[in-house]
Design a binder for this molecule. Structure first.
Ligand code: SF4
Length: 400
């Protein structure tokens, strides 16, 4: 992953990646009981940062309260989405913070088996985590944790929770139908907590310095944003409540912005100028992906490219992915040649809620947001020109 990592106010504070440097900064690993960990993470509103935003405390409670002789913890660092680099940034800047969060959570689950799922194609991230693990092998603080490393395939849906469990079981790294949440019934039918790397880094930082959590009283903590720019992805951690105008440039705020990633929603950048960074406004931030539309780019064509990419990334196991997503990408592509939006709405409706995983729903969400936010541009294309690229269209030629 080509990323520029900016120092942040809470988790992304560079200070050395070795265990000795990490301990010099944070002190020894603070032990906490499972009840205390649930209470602390509930009070601090620690939410999962893989994209779904589910409360960590509730997931931990579910896994902990299930009667089972063994439980499992999975640390997911496999960012399938090409525009995300936040977990890679954590792995490279503060790997021991992520591993501390895993040790604390494993203790709360009373398990010694921790699975680490790394992005197989990202050699720098794999190297950083493996170096950190090598230092911890003889570390008494970890109390005999057995770290098991797995390498995810480079595919958009490979990081989905059921796909990650399949990888660990030795199967194809693809989603499957999950009849129950993994926290109730995951690996080998046992309670399994699947946590994103950022979630666990938050847990470790909270336990170590509970008085130093930045953010808003109503929304403590930070967001680690992955902002796509012409020179690559910029990873920027900001406290909740920071102004968007301090994060994005004036030019970026003058453009449409895709928030929440390829399964996210387009918003008008101008609408962010006076707003604060929060998890849910104006649309869910998901895994913190921010993609401003480059100047002079047609948003309809850009969205069609993303829809075609998403259609090609599915596991091709369920009807909506095999038939629906390519048709949706085609229908959206026709908009830039002057077509009506009815087919896009109809196909988005048909694929939603019909897959084994949420990939069709997220793809439909992107298509819906495009036709809604760019309604004027859809009309302009029907009249023969593009509002963003300035291109005049030859609709007769397009029809032929
Ligand atoms: S909905 Fe699509 S991506 Fe999800 S499991 Fe089915 S085929 Fe795979």
């Amino acid at each position: 992953v080509s990323a520029t990592i900016h120092p942040g106010p809470w988790l992304l504070r560079p200070g050395g990646t070795t265990l000795a440097e990490h301990r010099a900064r944070y002190g020894p690993l603070v032990r906490t009981s499972a009840d205390e960990l649930v209470r602390a993470t509930e009070a601090a509103e620690i939410l999962g940062r893989g994209g779904a935003g589910f409360p960590f405390a509730r997931k931990l409670e579910t896994a902990r309260s299930r009667p089972a002789l063994r439980r499992h913890l999975v640390v997911n660092l496999s960012e399938g989405e090409p525009a995300s680099a936040k977990d890679a940034a954590l792995a490279r800047v503060v790997p021991h913070l992520v591993l501390d969060g895993a040790v604390l959570t494993a203790a709360a689950l009373r398990t010694r088996e921790v699975h680490l799922v790394l992005p197989g194609e990202d050699a720098a991230t794999v190297r950083s985590v493996q170096q950190a693990l090598a230092e911890r092998c003889s570390n008494a603080e970890d109390r005999g944790i057995r770290w098991k490393v797995h390498r995810a395939t480079h595919r958009f849906v490979a990081g989905e929770s059921s796909a990650v469990l399949q990888l660990i079981l030795g199967n194809d790294n693809l989603p499957v139908t999950a009849w129950e949440p993994a926290a109730r019934r995951g690996l080998h039918g046992r309670p399994t907590l699947v946590c994103n790397a950022e979630t666990l880094a938050q847990v470790a930082a909270l336990v170590r310095e509970p008085e130093s959590v930045p953010g808003l009283p109503s929304e403590p903590g930070t967001r680690i944003l992955s902002v796509t720019r012409s020179d690559g992805i910029h990873v920027i951690e900001v406290a909740h409540g920071a102004a968007w105008s301090d994060v994005l440039t004036d030019a970026e705020l003058g453009s449409p912005i895709l928030l929440g990633g390829y399964h996210g929603s387009w918003v008008a950048g101008d609408g962010l100028r006076d707003r604060q960074v929060t998890a849910y406004g104006p649309v869910p931030l998901g895994a913190g992906i921010v993609i401003p539309l480059p100047t002079g780019t047609c948003p309809l064509e850009r969205t069609t490219e993303l829809l075609e990419y998403l259609a090609g990334q599915s596991a091709r196991r369920c009807g909506p992915c095999v038939h629906g997503l390519p048709a949706l990408a085609d229908a959206h592509g026709s908009l830039s040649r002057g077509a009506d939006v009815a087919a896009v709405h109809e196909l988005a409706r048909l694929v939603t809620g019909r897959g084994a995983c949420a990939h069709p729903d997220g793809t439909a969400q992107l298509a819906r947001s495009s036709v809604s936010v760019f309604a004027d541009d859809v009309a302009a294309h029907a009249a023969g020109h593009c509002l963003f690229s300035g291109t005049r269209l030859d609709l007769d030629a397009a029809a032929r």
